[in-house]
Design a protein around this ligand. Structure first.
Ligand SMILES: Nc1ncnc2c1ncn2[C@@H]1O[C@H](COP(=O)(O)OP(=O)(O)O)[C@@H](O)[C@H]1O
Ligand SMILES: [Mg+2]
Length: 595
């Protein structure tokens, strides 16, 4: 409070008024004193003069002499104050009041015939006002002197009488100064208070804080400027936070993982994808040093190189950095406007699938070359033998050409299957979905394969009641069934049997292809749906298989939203199961009929 502007303004007013009062009083008192002294002196001198004139008359009538003793007693009567003195001196300087110092200047002057005045302290130390006047006798000779004195203290007493009035005026002046100072300063400081409170609110984050200050004066302009500044601040902060929210939303929505650190490698930012990929949670990681956090030490190293040396790096993180995933990291320094490095940002991409696809493609190329090479070698071998002369023997020629024809068929089938598979894998095949009665489709397919079963002396049965309708591409579904039944027939020795059944299960439709064949060994089971996988290479090649049939079947079934699985016991038999979702609206009545 002591230092507040209000107090200072009020204080200044008080000091000012006090100063004016002091100067004023000093001058007024001095002027008054001078005027009083003058009056007083005049009074004293006038009395001396009056008495001297009276005595002059006496001197005239007394023929040049005056009876000083009588007159002295008489003039004492005209004293208007008790502590005043009136002394008469004769021409010799003698006085009835006792001896008198003739050397006093006013007395000497009076003896010279002039009136005189003086102010002096007397022998008792009291300040007095003196006046002396000559008493003229006949022929204008000085026959005596009247000497009057009065105490100067009287002037002081007069002054003292006006002191209370002066004090009251001073006090009133001070009070007025206090009140006016307080009111004025209040008027001046209220807008300042408002301004400072608004500034405090603004600092505390209340961006809507404004001041109600208006008017054409400096404070009004200051208030206006303040409000304009607050507007600008609000706009700028709004812009920045919108921009920031947008950037954060973009980073959060990115499928690539993003990690950013500052110069000291403290993690500033980590998006959802990064949380998933690195197996950390934002809450525990933000604000901590990258080096202590990630299992991916190389990532911390890259961030360090970027933040410390401004180096850009791009590499695949060592295995285990992000669990099973293969991660490619790009790391770059973040620079401020003046080019200094302020941090580092890393973008991580999960390339697991990409690497797997690359691997599969390499394997496919190797497999395809291998698969093509075998029939081609065989064809070339027989053709050369024929050219070398074997064609001259007609029987041999026919037999060899038959083999070449068979190998060519196999090549064509292989290429056809490969094309089919590549179409299915690239999802370029559009399924023509229509309601298909699975029972009817199975009956049809089995009927077509019956002659093949007969030549191989196998019993082929089907339990396929109509009414199980699924939404499917009939040709593609027939392709799957043909493949499964064909396999069953192919891998079942003479005298065995193959059963095909259609049944409902949990609202889906199941097709089971069961045989009494040689079965599949448990270690081969997980792989039978892979491309070119053949459980028993030496024997299955003779059967003319490509190892692509089940891979194609799996693709087709999954494209229909279904599943395919296999169970098998070596030397007892194998069951392939295709599960297809039932077409909408075909559920209730049918399943009732079947159960
Ligand atoms: N019913 C089955 N019984 C025994 N093994 C089978 C059966 N079906 C498939 N397999 C095994 O799975 C492999 C892959 O089958 P598939 O993809 O149709 O190729 P392919 O029939 O051309 O050999 C076959 O080579 C065979 O070893
Ligand atoms: Mg097959």
């Amino acid at each position: 409070m002591r230092r507040s502007i209000r107090w200072r303004i009020t204080g200044s007013y008080l000091v000012l008024v006090l100063l004016v009062l002091v100067i004023f009083t000093a001058y007024v008192v001095r002027a008054l004193e001078r005027s009083y002294v003058n009056n007083y002196q005049y009074l004293v001198a006038a009395q001396a003069k009056v008495i001297s004139l009276m005595l002059r008359e006496q001197a005239k009538t007394g023929a040049g002499t005056v009876d000083l003793v009588r007159l002295h007693a008489m003039v004492q009567e005209v004293k208007w104050r008790r502590d005043a003195t009136i002394t008469l001196l004769d021409a010799g300087g003698r006085s009835p009041a006792g001896p008198i110092d003739m050397s006093l200047p006013e007395i000497r002057q009076a003896f010279r015939g002039e009136e005189a005045q003086a102010i002096r302290t007397d022998s008792t130390g009291m300040k007095r006002i003196y006046a002396a006047a000559p008493i003229f006798g006949p022929a204008n000779a000085v026959v005596g002197v009247v000497h009057v004195s009065a105490p100067h203290a009287w002037v002081i007493r007069q002054l003292q009488r006006i002191a209370p009035a002066l004090a009251t005026a001073g006090l009133l002046g001070l009070i007025a100064a206090w009140v006016i100072g307080a009111v004025l300063s209040r008027r001046l400081t209220r807008p300042l208070d408002d301004l400072s409170q608004a500034a405090v609110r603004l600092t505390a984050g209340d961006l809507h804080s404004r001041v109600p200050v208006a008017g054409p004066d400096e404070l009004g302009r200051l208030g206006g400027t303040f409000n304009a500044m607050a507007d600008r601040l609000q706009d700028t902060i709004h812009e920045i936070s919108t921009e920031r929210t947008r950037v954060e939303a973009i980073i959060a929505a990115m499928t690539d993982a993003v990690v950013a650190t500052d110069r000291t490698e403290t993690v500033l930012l980590l998006n959802r994808a990064a949380e998933d990929l690195l197996g950390v949670s934002r809450a525990t990681v933000l604000g901590r040093r990258a080096g202590d956090l990630f299992r991916a030490q190389r990532l911390a190293g890259m961030l360090h190189e970027a933040a410390a040396y401004g180096r850009m790096t791009a590499e695949e993180l060592p295995p285990g950095s992000a669990g099973e995933r293969v991660v490619e990291a790009h790391c770059a320094p973040v620079r401020a406007g003046d080019g200094t490095v302020t941090g580092a940002v890393a973008v991580l991409r999960d390339v697991t699938e990409l690497r797997q696809t690359e691997r599969l493609r390499r394997e496919l190329t190797a497999n395809v070359s291998h698969e093509l090479r075998t029939p081609l070698t065989s064809i070339k071998g027989f053709a050369e033998t024929l050219l070398d002369g074997a064609m001259r023997d007609e029987a041999t020629c026919r037999r060899f050409l038959g083999i070449i024809n068979g190998e060519t068929d196999r090549l064509v089938k292989l290429v056809d299957d490969l094309l089919d598979l590549s179409l299915l894998e690239s999802k370029r095949v559009t399924l023509e979905l229509r309601p298909v009665d699975v029972g009817v489709l199975v009956a049809h397919t089995v009927d077509r394969l019956k002659p093949l079963a007969q030549t191989q002396r196998l019993a082929l049965h089907q339990t396929a009641p109509p009414g199980f309708v699924v939404s499917a591409d009939a040709d593609r579904l027939a392709q799957v069934l043909t493949n499964l039944v064909d396999n069953a027939l192919k891998y079942t020795p003479e005298g065995g049997r193959v059963d095909v059944r259609v049944a409902a299960a949990n609202g889906d439709v199941e097709v089971l292809v069961n045989d009494s064949g040689r079965g599949i060994r448990p270690e081969d089971l997980p792989h039978v749906f892979e491309r070119f996988y053949r459980a028993d290479r030496s024997r299955t090649r003779d059967s003319g298989g490509t190892g692509l049939g089940l891979a194609i079947a799996k693709h087709i079934v999954e494209a229909h939203g279904g599943r395919i699985s296999v169970s098998s016991q070596p030397n007892e038999g194998t069951t392939f199961k295709v599960t297809l979702p039932r077409a909408a609206g075909q559920g209730g009545a049918l399943s009732d009929r079947i159960s």
